[in-house]
Write a protein of this length. Structure first.
Length: 366
């Protein structure tokens, strides 16, 4: 989703987005937006592991899924004001079909992913009127300031599509809409094309961000050049900013290793719709470029953090769960191939091996 994440780090505050990595031009430690200080968010109790460990507030719910508690609602409303969203989130009903769908989606995840979630995912909060998209992950800091895990927020009202319709909607959001074309994404067979599996895919993406923050694969958890160098993931697709630069913003020196063939990659923005820089004429050239990279999806090409999250979800979805992934362009009564899974292709061989190793590393984290 298009929401900016404020990430607590051990020594500094790093600002990261699932779509674009930071607020352009922000360099001060505690900026004020719409009357809200960033420190009100970064120091909020829900960002601390002490909050999630207090008493038995969530321990009585084995799945740790439920309506957002008051403190988290307060945090989201502050965050919405800071980011310019007008919505005022409210808790979703405790007894609802949506809650049952989220529980079903979580229970269907591979054992390795569930083990990670049990240790590092503190809560899945269900809300209405979130604003800014379908949901997001935010990092929870441990007692030493490093990333201990995270929580996920999902908007019941925004998750009203089946799996293939949701995936097609998201993919098409990177291009200006048109009446004579559509992008069709298949992530489920017809028998499994339901809302539960749309939620499942979204959860895997957000859990990927949790894993990233904890193991320091990219800068989402405050990883600097020294921390992420040599971890085996970041340097497969990305080059490094200067060592002194810890906040990555659009237009800075962060570049993918494939930008020479598409210098305007950084202008790619999902959920931009009418504001997108790209239209139907760009679709085939963009996916032709993508097929020459090691990014498993187009969303992965938007930032290093989303590269990891998308690699995580797509690897689990296709390699571990043996589920489909194919994208086609339908225009003028014709259906044209755009993309399929890369995991059996030489272009993603190194990333596949790295994802396997990092998933094993994340699974055994205590």
């Amino acid at each position: 989703m298009k929401r900016l994440l404020t990430i607590i780090t051990a020594g500094f505050l790093c600002q990261v987005s699932c779509i674009q990595n930071a607020w352009p031009g922000e360099t001060e430690d505690d900026p004020v937006r719409n009357g809200i200080r960033l420190s009100q968010l970064s120091s909020h109790p829900v960002r601390s592991i002490a909050y999630w460990r207090q008493g038995d507030q969530f321990k009585v719910q084995k799945t740790r899924i439920g309506p957002a508690p008051p403190e988290l609602i307060e945090f989201m409303r502050l965050d919405n004001t800071f980011q310019g969203y007008s919505e005022r989130p409210v808790p979703a009903p405790r007894d609802s079909e949506f809650l049952r769908d989220v529980e079903t989606a979580m229970a269907s995840l591979p054992r390795a992913v569930r083990r990670i979630a049990e240790r590092r995912l503190f809560y899945i909060a269900l809300v209405r009127d979130l604003g800014g998209g379908t949901g997001y992950m935010d990092v929870v800091a441990g007692s030493d300031g490093s990333a201990a895990g995270g929580f996920i927020i999902l908007d019941e009202g925004a998750l009203d599509r089946n799996a293939n319709a949701w995936a097609s909607w998201r993919e098409g959001s990177a291009f200006q809409p048109g009446a004579d074309w559509s992008i069709e994404v298949r992530i489920e067979a017809p028998a499994n094309d339901n809302r539960v599996n749309a939620i499942r895919y979204i959860l895997l993406h957000e859990i990927g961000h949790v894993v990233d923050a904890v193991i320091g694969a990219t800068q989402i958890g405050g990883g600097n050049t020294q921390n992420i160098a040599g971890n085996g993931f970041y340097d497969l697709s990305w080059t490094y900013p200067p060592p002194s630069q810890e906040i990555v913003v659009p237009g800075d020196t962060l570049r993918s290793r494939f930008d020479s063939a598409w210098p305007d990659r950084e202008l790619l923005a999902f959920y931009s719709f009418n504001e997108s820089r790209y239209d139907v004429a760009d679709i085939q050239p963009v996916y032709q470029w993508l097929r020459g990279t090691n990014f498993p999806t187009l969303y992965a090409a938007t930032s290093s953090a989303d590269d990891f999250a998308e690699s995580f979800v797509n690897y689990v979805h296709v390699v571990l769960d043996k589920r489909p992934f194919e994208i086609r362009l339908r225009q003028g009564g014709q259906s044209e191939f755009l993309l399929s899974s890369c995991w059996e292709s030489p272009r993603c061989a190194d990333k596949k091996a790295t994802m396997k190793r990092l998933l094993l590393r994340a699974e055994v984290l205590q």
